[in-house]
Design a protein around this ligand. Structure first.
Ligand code: PLP
Length: 350
């Protein structure tokens, strides 16, 4: 298939318009020169447009079709307390005239920062739950009371379109970046992306449908999922959804899980250093929980020669930037350790 044929295929899918697309693809000349190669581009999916942007805004274009068609006016969702997905969904709901009730797993912190602050700013009704069971109970109770009040709730959980919409979204993002690279006479050798399996399925599909030689390296930031089989399953569900008779084997999915550190949501020194390097060389903000860890993996792979110095790499920036405010203390501690060790971080004239 060609990129135009993939675009035509995606155009058959119902969607609503929410994101600023295409997102920019930017070459990181300063970063590459500091590293001594390779050629690195950033796909700026942190600039998708809704409330600090991020990868989920792309899949919401497919995911929000159902609530729009059902004329829902209240979205109800159960998610993690620091969820980037929650923030972008509340923003999407606002744009579509729906209010959102979030049932977040965890304790309400004393200070509301990062995604939590923005959820409140966007006007979400936020409940906190101890565990998944309590989340389920609160969701049922909220849905009941919303119905009794004569409103039309829709519970968004892990409906199949969440997975398939993410794969379609990242199939499209890959087509975009390939076309953007073509415009400057380049082609990717490696794609790097933070992955829990959903978006990566789109990158893997793009590789297969285009019969392209680039390698897709997904970096996991939690041990929650077995990412290879999950990615293959989502890719296959998406192929079935599109009526394409192909199959992706889990062995085709490449995933690295050695940058998680102590666990999901915990900062690592490699991740913080990666966030700092990107900020100091390119003026681009990553976050220490998702994109900082995957960028740390990319740096490590360059250093260890997994990526040759003459390669062309695209780093997909999936967003998550409000987490820098949540982790302000860790970031400041990291920066002051740099100063104490007289380890001058990369500066403008490095
Ligand atoms: C910033 C960021 N990057 C990457 C991911 C992983 O994306 P996916 O769920 O499509 O695998 C997430 C998921 O929450 C995220 O918030």
């Amino acid at each position: 298939m060609t990129t135009s044929q993939i675009r035509e295929l995606i155009a058959t899918q119902p969607r609503v318009s929410l994101a600023c697309l295409p997102t920019p693809l930017q070459e990181t000349e300063r970063l590459s020169s500091v590293l001594g190669g390779p050629r690195i581009f950033i796909k700026r999916d942190d600039l998708t447009g809704l409330a600090f942007g991020g990868n989920k805004t792309r899949n919401l274009e497919f995911r929000m079709v159902q609530p729009v068609r059902a004329e829902a006016n209240v979205l109800i969702m159960a998610l993690e307390i620091t969820s980037n997905s929650a923030r972008q969904t509340v923003a999407a709901g606002n744009k579509l005239g729906m209010r959102t009730v979030l049932v977040l797993k965890g304790e309400r912190p004393e200070v509301l920062q990062g995604n939590l602050l923005i959820n409140h700013l966007l006007g979400a009704e936020v409940h906190y739950a101890r565990d998944t069971e309590e989340q389920r109970q609160i969701i049922e109770a909220v849905a009941d009371s919303v119905r009794r009040a004569g409103e039309r709730p829709m519970v968004l959980t892990s409906e199949p379109i969440f997975d398939i919409g993410s794969a379609l979204a990242y199939l499209e993002s890959t087509v975009e970046l390939i076309e953007q690279l073509q415009a400057v006479g380049a082609a990717p050798d490696y794609l790097y992306m933070t992955s829990g399996g959903k978006g990566q399925a789109g990158l893997v599909l793009a590789k297969r449908l285009l019969e392209a030689p680039f390698l897709v390296h997904g970096i996991t930031v939690s041990h929650e999922y077995d990412v290879e089989p999950r990615t293959a399953q989502i890719a296959n569900d998406t192929l079935a959804h599109l009526g394409i008779d192909l199959e992706i084997d889990p062995s085709e999915v490449v995933s690295f899980s050695d940058f998680v550190g102590p666990g999901y949501g915990h900062v690592t020194s490699a991740g913080l250093a990666a966030v700092e390097l990107m900020a100091r060389t390119e003026g681009v903000v990553l976050d220490p929980i998702y994109t900082g860890k995957s960028f740390a993996a990319l740096l490590d792979h360059i250093e260890r020669g997994i990526i040759p110095r003459d390669a062309t790499v695209v780093f997909v920036h999936t967003g998550g930037t409000p987490a820098v405010f949540t982790h302000a203390e860790a970031i400041l501690a990291h920066l002051s350790r740099d100063r104490e060790n007289d380890r001058t971080p990369v500066t403008a004239d490095a």
